[in-house]
Write a new protein. Structure first.
Length: 319
């Protein structure tokens, strides 16, 4: 029923419960996804195509804010940049204007402006100035001033090789700085680094510790990974009911992999009673999130009675 294997390809784990394969390609994909988790364009980057009404609604930025910004007030410059970036407070959505004002505020050591400026260089297509290396430069300036998001962003850049040469040791340095401020993203990435031996010696116990800290802060990917660790007994004793518990926590936030893992648990009777109809329900939920699981759902459907299929559809419609 799909891709089976262990979380980490180690012979000693062959006798552990079978789980979905996380081979070399998937490891690398997860690392990239995790590294870029904190690099998604923030709210200050408005959608590239504004709604038709937005231009008509724009009457110009607040005159008082504009006056202060022109006089060199960094906070006003940041407010003006944000207004242009989002297309709000009377300002038209104009990423080039936003970039200009972010630069003015950032050059006065306005930390949030430095971080948002990094985001603009990383993501904005409209400015014509997209540059990963320039983005990392501004992330670093904000990170050095203690901005947690920027510290995660610098770490992510080093781990993914985005705008800088890939350097896991440097990534770990910045993740640790963010983790000192209780960043759940950083805690997860430290744990994942220990799990895979990236930038540090492989250490399952440390991986379990850090991923647990992150999961307890409601970080979805950590909750999913903690379920995997409990399932395979990596860094801790195997505990199938706890594994399912953490998969449920991630599934509540529409994590497709965790949702599929709950279905797998019902197929195999791992931590829950064996129940293929219940598995079909969870597979169906997963396909709503990620259609790449559809073939596995269709394969399972063949083993479920028509009556049970109808009951599952009723549950899906009434949830």
């Amino acid at each position: 029923m799909g891709r089976w294997g262990s979380l980490k390809a180690r012979p000693a784990m062959a006798a552990r419960p079978a789980v979905r394969l996380l081979g070399g390609y998937m490891k690398n994909t997860l690392r990239v996804l995790v590294c870029l988790f904190c690099l998604w364009a923030p709210a200050v980057l408005a959608q590239e195509t504004p709604p038709p009404s937005s231009a008509a609604a724009a009457t110009g930025p607040d005159p008082k804010v504009l006056e202060k910004a022109l006089k060199g007030d960094a906070e006003a410059q940041y407010a003006l940049a944000t207004a242009y970036g989002k297309g709000e407070d009377g300002a038209p959505r104009d990423h080039k204007a936003a970039l200009t004002w972010f630069l003015k505020a950032a050059n006065q050591n306005h930390t949030e402006a430095q971080y948002d400026l990094g985001m603009f260089y990383m993501f904005s297509e409209e400015t014509g100035a997209r540059s990963a290396s320039e983005g990392v430069k501004w992330f670093r300036r904000a990170a050095e001033r203690g901005h947690v998001g920027a510290q995660n962003a610098v770490a992510a850049a080093y781990a993914s090789g985005e705008g800088v040469d890939k350097n896991y040791q440097e990534a770990m340095k910045w993740w640790r700085k963010a983790a000192d401020k209780n960043s759940a993203e950083a805690e997860f990435n430290i744990g994942y680094s220990y799990l895979m031996g990236e930038g540090v010696d492989e250490n399952d116990a440390e991986a379990f510790k850090w991923i647990t800290l992150s999961a307890q802060q409601n970080f979805t990917e950590a909750q999913y990974m903690l379920g995997r660790l409990y399932l395979e007994g990596i860094g801790t004793a195997a505990d199938l009911p706890l594994s399912v518990k953490w998969f449920h926590e991630a599934a509540k936030k529409r994590h497709a992999g965790a949702t599929m893992m709950i279905g797998d648990a019902y197929i195999e009777g791992r931590g829950v009673p064996q129940n293929r109809t219940e598995a079909f329900y969870w597979y169906s939920l997963a396909v709503e999130i990620d259609e790449t699981y559809k073939a596995e759902k269709d394969e399972l459907r063949e083993t479920i009675s028509p009556r049970d299929q109808v009951e599952v559809q009723k549950r899906l419609m009434n949830r």
